[in-house]
Design a protein around this ligand. Structure first.
Ligand code: NAP
Length: 304
């Protein structure tokens, strides 16, 4: 199959491209960061007027996965109009264009659409209640995509992995700072379900292969707080967990409100694909092995 990835330089986009390349032809849309990627790159700013149709005309994909977003919560609070454009209007345009051309479309959303008040795992049937501009625009993006492309897949994700910049993911934050013997904080009151981004990519491709459609939670199997996540990383990488201080997110100085409990159920995903979600320790072990095998350096090299 031919897969087009928007946001190919992002944390998800680059890792998705790496996974998809094994079995498919990959074309990434990028604004100029990817200089020597091992897949075809189409240079474009998807916010430009009338850019989407020419990209689809030129590339003619079977599948499109939209990984482009304004995914920084603070940046969204500062630029709500731009956030709306990238997180709502662009997915709507992509979803419509894919529907018109018979291209299977996945739009990537977030676990953060929920307010975190529930004490049990959130299912796809639970009512979202966004707590800020980022999560509101992501929820609006889900609705916008489905309204013009009911056959689309919307995947609410949360992932960790190696990025092009080496600084994008929370896991890299812990590895980088602890490697330099720095003292850092880990939030004890923000619970999430992190999945290795390469596993997220594998699930997205499998969902397309199995012809699924609709809303899915594509997150890790285990809920944990961000402090615990840091400690697990420190232990796996042989770094000092004592350098991580357990702290509350309240009073941390972050402007965008974070939901305290983003424990999402993956029951629908595992049932429909007929397989278990990998455990957190399996993903973390692979994340460590990737470092030993030079994977982070390899993807960073695609910028030069
Ligand atoms: N990271 C997580 O754990 C997490 C959690 C929940 C949901 N998500 C969702 O997962 C998706 C991917 O997130 P990520 O962490 O991979 O984000 P990311 O690393 O910030 O990547 C965002 C991508 O969007 C591209 N982009 C932004 N504006 C663009 C434009 N005008 N034209 C072309 N490309 C543009 C960026 O290109 P440049 O490199 O040129 O800026 C980058 O490739 C997003 O939908 C996000 O909301 C992520």
């Amino acid at each position: 199959m031919k897969l087009l990835i928007t946001g190919a330089s992002g944390l998800l986009g680059i890792n998705l491209a790496m996974e998809a390349m094994r079995d498919h032809e990959v074309v990434g849309v990028d604004r100029g960061k990817l200089k020597s990627a091992p897949f075809q790159v189409f240079n474009a700013d998807i916010l430009g007027r009338d850019t989407i149709d020419p990209i689809l005309d030129a590339t003619q994909p079977n599948w499109l996965i939209n990984c482009a977003a304004m995914a920084n919560l603070e940046e969204c609070e500062e630029n709500p109009d731009r956030a709306t454009f990238i997180n709502v209007d662009v997915p709507a345009q992509l979803a419509r264009a894919c529907s018109e051309r018979g291209i299977r479309f996945i739009h990537i959303s977030t676990d953060a659409v929920f307010d975190g008040e529930k004490t049990q795992p959130y299912t796809e049937d639970d009512l979202p209640n966004p707590q800020g501009i980022y999560s509101q625009t992501k929820l609006d993006g889900e609705h916008a995509a489905f309204s013009v492309n009911p056959e689309a897949i919307v995947a609410r994700v949360n992932f960790f992995g190696w990025s092009l910049s080496g600084r994008r993911s929370l896991a890299e934050f812990f590895v980088n700072n602890l490697s330099e013997e720095k003292y850092i904080n880990g939030f004890t009151d923000v619970v999430f379900c992190p999945m290795l981004v390469n596993d997220t990519a594998r699930f997205l491709l499998e969902m397309l292969q199995k012809n699924l459609s609709g809303l899915y939670h594509v997150v890790g199997a285990q809920a944990m707080n961000k402090y615990q996540f840091g400690v697990e990383i420190a232990r796996t990488f042989g770094l000092k967990e004592s350098h991580i201080s357990p702290k509350s997110v309240e009073g941390s100085g972050l402007t965008a409100r974070r939901s305290h409990n983003l424990w999402l159920s993956t029951h629908k995903l595992s049932t429909d694909l007929g397989r278990e979600i990998p455990t957190f320790s399996t993903g973390l072990a692979e994340f460590y092995t990737q470092l030993q095998q030079g994977y982070p350096q390899k993807i960073r090299g695609y910028q030069h």
